[in-house]
Design a protein around this ligand. Structure first.
Ligand code: ADP
Ligand code: UDP
Length: 234
């Protein structure tokens, strides 16, 4: 296997099939654009299992993605895409960045859900952008941006359902999309407690990376608890 990309939380390998990549999830946890980082044994395995099951659940709900199959504890096969360098964030409740940037009270509801786009560029600190910026920068066409927004809203509805079944509340999430060889938009990257905020609606307990960002608990224990809830709904 040839290493194509060594990222903050995963490695992407090319394999014989030119349309397929092997993803290897690392044990590293990062926050604040990679400035805060730590090695957490067992984290890669948990995220690999969780994101694989998420994509499987979504597929059954009519939401296809790049996911093909899980091939090992920390590895999975995905369809190779050309990633659109836009991070699409959907917010159901205010938390994180938006509470600091715009002063929204933590936990304030957004109805309808709030959708934002960010430029995927670590060197620039992943800044918030708008449709006009994205088009000027040739990140995507106007039509593609409409498609990304539509898909992200549909995904939000499905993810809210998945979390509700687990007795949890989806606060917000980030997703990435790519283009396949025919130019069709495909949901890519990962969907996990590393990329979503998830709360227990009764206790307010966090089931996501905020325990690491805020130093309030163990990432591995938190992700294990999340996975146990997922298992319980099977
Ligand atoms: P980062 O780039 O932020 O360090 P990761 O460690 O998650 O993030 O690295 C994985 C990289 O692979 C990301 O840049 C992501 O956009 C990219 N990627 C995700 N899914 C696919 C795919 N199906 N095809 C090609 N690239 C992908
Ligand atoms: N998010 C992510 N990767 C990023 C930035 C954000 O997965 O590079 C996720 C984050 O986990 C949360 C949502 O997107 O679920 C919104 O994050 P926010 O904009 O509040 O940024 P933060 O303050 O968490 O960095």
């Amino acid at each position: 296997m040839e290493l194509l990309y060594d990222g903050k939380s995963k490695r992407m390998f090319e394999i014989e099939d030119p349309f397929v990549l092997t993803v290897e999830y690392k044990d590293e946890v990062t926050a604040a654009d990679g400035r805060k980082r730590e090695e957490m044994p067992g984290k890669g395995r948990l995220i690999n299992i969780i994101t694989s099951e998420m994509f499987e659940k979504l597929e059954k709900m009519g939401i296809p993605s790049h996911f093909i199959e899980r091939t090992g504890d920390t590895t999975q096969l995905v369809r190779k895409v050309e990633i659109i360098p836009i991070e699409v964030v959907v917010r159901n409740l205010a938390a994180g960045n938006i509470t600091k940037r715009l002063g929204f009270k933590k936990g304030r509801e957004f109805a309808p859900p709030l959708l934002e786009i960010y430029l995927k560029d670590d060197a620039l600190g992943d800044p918030l952008i708008n449709r006009a910026h994205a088009i000027q920068m040739d990140l995507a066409t106007d039509k593609e941006i409409s498609e990304l927004k539509k898909r992200a809203h549909q995904l939000n509805v499905a993810l809210i359902d998945i979390m509700e079944e687990m007795g949890l509340q989806l606060v917000d999430f980030k997703v990435e999309f790519g283009r396949d060889t025919r130019g069709n938009i495909l949901l890519a990257d990962e969907i996990s407690p590393d990329t979503c905020r998830i709360w227990d609606p009764k206790t307010g307990e966090n089931f996501d990376k905020d325990v690491f960002r805020e130093g309030t608990g163990s990432v591995v224990d938190t992700y294990k608890k999340f996975y146990e809830k997922m298992e319980a709904t099977k």
